[in-house]
Design a protein around this ligand. Structure first.
Ligand code: SAM
Ligand code: SF4
Length: 327
């Protein structure tokens, strides 16, 4: 599949809009409705869409949400997903709170060897303030258990906000001195009417300056085909990697190889653009495989050349909230 001049081989699947956390930067500030159960794509429906997308060139899938591990029977779904032969790479983004040793072992036995776990702070009190839940210890353990059991790389996603956790940039980065983790600083994206204010937004340049003034000049790391949009660096001599994901300060739209499937069964060519195309209802109404493939291809034709969000356009462009799309 091609969009613009680039091949699209990566499908990001949100299996649920539900989450056991309430991260300040992710959930809307005012009360919001969850999607009714019957409107959420069932596993067999997701699998059918995924198989068709694979026939069109998808080779890489990431499972996300909401929080993927709150959805019932997620392991039976993952087992079937892993059985799709043409899928070369399956990974998961999770808040880690429900990831027990047994579950991590099960993931590894299914062939899932890459995990992104979100962690914005090393301080349990601050963790509870940011996420709305007192679960630091569980997340911390899930990171170390994943590492110990052979998940590689363990990627840690951190969203830095001024006045909340910007004093921890260096401490989070320092984890890479001791462990082969990838710490990825993701620029806050103003979406979904979160409580975050413009003055709290910190862009990569400032984060990088703080890191370099403590640890010296960051050394660029060569990218490989699995990298996605993170710009990768290393502190000289460190075991791990520091990544920057820069949707606002330096968008990577021209390289974006992603298509998204939301939990309500809509295809979305861009996270930061509200265009989406329903594929679930046509599927439920009896569309053939060819008809569904046409919907996938038509969605890709709408892939924008630029998402339009800049640090100047803070909250000017209303984007649905992250859990309803899938981060
Ligand atoms: N619940 C899982 C988790 O937290 O990893 C998966 C879904 S979450 C939406 C995926 C990623 O999006 C997380 O790393 C989270 O930090 C990030 N995220 C959520 N809202 C964001 C925002 N407004 N700007 C930037 N990143 C955001
Ligand atoms: Fe839940 Fe992940 Fe959003 Fe936090 S970032 S509220 S864990 S979906």
């Amino acid at each position: 599949m091609i969009a613009g001049n680039r091949p699209i081989n990566y499908l990001r699947i949100s299996v649920t809009d539900r989450c056991n956390f309430r991260c300040q930067y992710c959930v809307p500030a005012s009360p919001f409705a969850v999607i009714e159960h019957e409107k959420i794509a069932r596993y067999e429906e997701i699998l059918r869409i995924t198989k068709l997308a694979c026939e069109l060139g998808i080779t890489k899938v990431r499972i996300t949400g909401g929080e993927p591990f709150v959805r019932k029977d997620i392991f039976s779904f993952l087992e079937k997903l892993c059985a799709i032969e043409t899928l070369k790479d399956i990974s998961i983004t999770t808040n880690g709170a429900l990831l027990t040793r047994k579950k991590i072992k099960k993931l590894i036995s299914l062939g899932i060897k890459r995990l992104n776990i979100s962690l914005d702070t090393l301080d349990p009190v601050k963790f509870a303030r940011i996420t709305g839940r007192d679960r630091f210890q569980q997340v911390w353990e899930s990171i170390f258990t994943s590492h110990e059991l052979g998940i590689s790389p363990v990627k840690i996603n951190a969203v830095i906000l001024r006045g909340i956790n910007d004093d921890e940039i260096e401490d989070l980065t320092a984890l890479t001195l001791k462990y082969p983790f990838h710490i990825r600083f993701i620029e806050y994206m103003p979406m979904g009417n979160s409580a975050v204010e413009k003055q709290q937004q910190i862009l990569t340049g400032e984060i990088r300056e703080k890191i370099e003034s403590r640890f010296g000049k960051l050394v660029p790391v060569e990218r490989n085909f699995n990298d996605g949009p993170a710009k990768k660096f290393q502190i000289s001599g460190a075991r791990g990697i520091v990544g920057f994901i820069t949707p606002i300060s330096s968008h990577f739209c021209s390289e974006c190889n992603r298509l998204r499937l939301t939990s309500r069964g809509a295809l979305r060519p861009c996270l930061l653009n509200n265009y989406e195309k329903d594929i679930l209802n046509p599927l439920r109404n009896g569309a053939s495989d060819d008809e569904l493939k046409q919907i996938i291809l038509a969605t890709l034709k709408k892939k924008p050349s630029f998402h339009g969000l800049t640090d100047q356009s803070f909250k000017d462009i209303p984007i649905s909230h992250m859990t309803s799309i899938g981060g």
